[in-house]
Design a binder for this molecule. Structure first.
Ligand SMILES: [Zn+2]
Length: 506
């Protein structure tokens, strides 16, 4: 069942500064789009074949040149900013009409630049390195980032429906939104904002005026080079870090999300991987927490499935050997019973219990435990009510299928659990055990409930039309899945039938 991570596609993005150089352009990606919907990001996108056709002046590296064109094209497409020399002669109306030509496909960017005597100058784009989407994402990009300054008299706007809230913002203000968990910020953007803030603070202290984009770009480039463009974990907010680990899970997912919640007092949820190099990577981050005198309260397992277990004991042993720490393994009673003899849990967590955690500044916050049976009898989810952030476990995920397989799985319980999660007060974001975090958690859970109820309706209809066995029902209802998954789908059908029986349908 193990599936290879997706191959990254070439892409480019632009870190656009305003004329004064104290603000940077970001936008929220439309929550409806599959890749990073609802996340804040810089304008950018996939490299196109025609990008290589646009001549770039002052560029010795043709490979880099086509990415510069890609960044310029994406900036024009997405936020209407034309980063081409000769563009200053155009009026706002002319730019709008060119934009329309590009978006409607009447002309390529290469044709537009040629027709209007525009040219791209590499001197306007400072390369700041590349970042690759983490392996857990079903769609991945290797994105080259370029720093550029918005030309005078051009106002960025949401020029395509994929973007909302396009704005120039001071890095300090952007980061303060993230610190309050008002926004999700993609990792390269978060790191860029932190670096821009550091640079502006040190420039203020040393009273250097007008930092040149080249100096800023050099600082940004260092980050990318140190990490070799690899994003190992994602800081969802200052309290929750998502650390995807390679596991033997159900396709299309390839990874299980491990969460580290809290800083000065923290817990680790689903240290799930049996793979030694994955474990080492996770241990390195947790070691850095312990070395900063942060206190680990527990290593928690959400439920007994094999893609959620296998690294918890290794982490416990590692912390004992390296730091002489005795950290309890914790799970729900039903999970602990199920795994008795395989994993030795020292702490039982019940519904409604709260972990008393603290952020990096020592400010306390609570992480509530929610017992949500359905997918597994002892499944736990966790909720930070203050930030409205739900760790939904295997109840709701962003890039995989949830299997409800009786007798462990129970559809009636699953739907009740979903309803309970949907109705959490102040709910805004969620991150499940597989895939990226979701902006608009309520809507996502609603869509899960609607999907299951629709399946139920289709199953009843299939029975009315003569389907007799679960396999016959699967063949009529699950037309959107590969036959390799039929066996799992049959289990789901059985779960639906069990629920319908309980409810007296037959
Ligand atoms: Zn599971």
């Amino acid at each position: 069942m193990n599936q290879k991570p997706a191959t990254p596609k070439d892409a480019a993005a632009v870190i656009l500064l305003n004329g004064a150089g104290d603000k940077v352009l970001w936008a929220r990606r439309n929550p409806q789009i599959a890749f990073l919907g609802g996340w804040h990001a810089f304008p950018g996108g996939k490299l196109e074949g025609s990008d290589a056709l646009v001549p770039v002046e002052n560029c010795l590296d043709t490979e880099l040149g086509k990415f510069i064109v890609c960044a310029a094209r994406e900036a024009f497409e997405e936020v209407g900013v034309l980063l081409a020399r000769g563009g200053e002669k155009l009026t706002r109306g002319q730019r709008a009409s060119l934009h329309d030509d590009l978006i409607s496909g009447r002309m390529t960017f290469a044709e537009i630049t040629e027709h209007w005597n525009l040219w791209i100058d590499a001197a306007d784009f400072a390369y700041t390195g590349f970042w690759t989407t983490p392996q857990f994402s079903p769609v991945r990009f290797k994105t080259r980032f370029f720093l550029a300054v918005c030309p005078p008299k051009q106002e960025p706007y949401a020029a395509i429906s994929e973007l909302e809230n396009v704005e120039f913002i001071e890095p300090r203000n952007a980061l303060s939104k993230w610190k309050k968990s008002e926004v999700l910020i993609s990792p390269p953007v978060l790191l860029s904002l932190k670096t821009l803030l550091e640079i502006s603070v040190s420039a203020n202290e040393s009273k250097t005026e007008n930092l040149r984009p080249k100096t800023i770009a050099e600082n940004l480039l260092k980050n990318s080079q140190v990490a070799d463009g690899e994003i190992r974990y994602i800081e969802l907010n200052p309290r929750i870090t998502c650390f995807p680990l390679k596991t033997d899970t159900l396709p299309p997912a390839t990874h299980t999300n491990c969460f580290i919640v809290g800083r000065r007092r923290f817990v680790v949820i689903d240290a799930a991987s049996e793979n030694a190099s994955e474990q080492n990577a996770l241990h390195a981050l947790i070691d850095s927490f312990v070395e900063s005198d942060f206190e680990c309260l527990a290593i928690i397992t959400t439920h007994q499935h094999r893609d959620h277990t296998g690294g918890e004991t290794a982490l416990q042993t590692h912390l004992k050997e390296k730091f002489s720490l005795e950290i309890p393994l914790a799970a729900h009673r039903l999970t602990a019973n199920n795994l008795a003899g395989k994993i030795n849990f020292q702490q039982i967590i019940e519904d409604g219990e709260a972990f008393d955690l603290a952020d990096e500044d020592g400010k306390p916050f609570e992480l509530q435990t929610l017992h949500t049976p359905g997918h597994a009898r002892g499944l736990l989810a966790f909720y930070d009510a203050e930030f409205g952030f739900l760790l939904s476990g295997d109840n709701v995920v962003n890039s995989s299928t949830i299997v409800i397989a009786p007798p462990e799985g129970n559809m009636k319980n699953y739907l009740s659990s979903l309803e309970r999660l949907r109705d959490l007060p102040n709910l805004r974001f969620l991150c499940g055990s597989h895939g990226a975090a979701v902006f608009g958690a309520k809507g996502k859970i609603e869509s899960y409930i609607a999907h299951r109820l629709e399946r139920e309706r289709q199953i009843l209809q299939a029975i009315e039309n003569g389907a007799k066995t679960p396999r016959e029902i699967v063949e009529r209802v699950y037309t959107d899945i590969s036959p390799a998954l039929y066996e799992l789908a049959e289990k789901s059908v059985e779960a639906h039938l069990e629920k319908l029986r309980e409810e007296g349908f037959f």
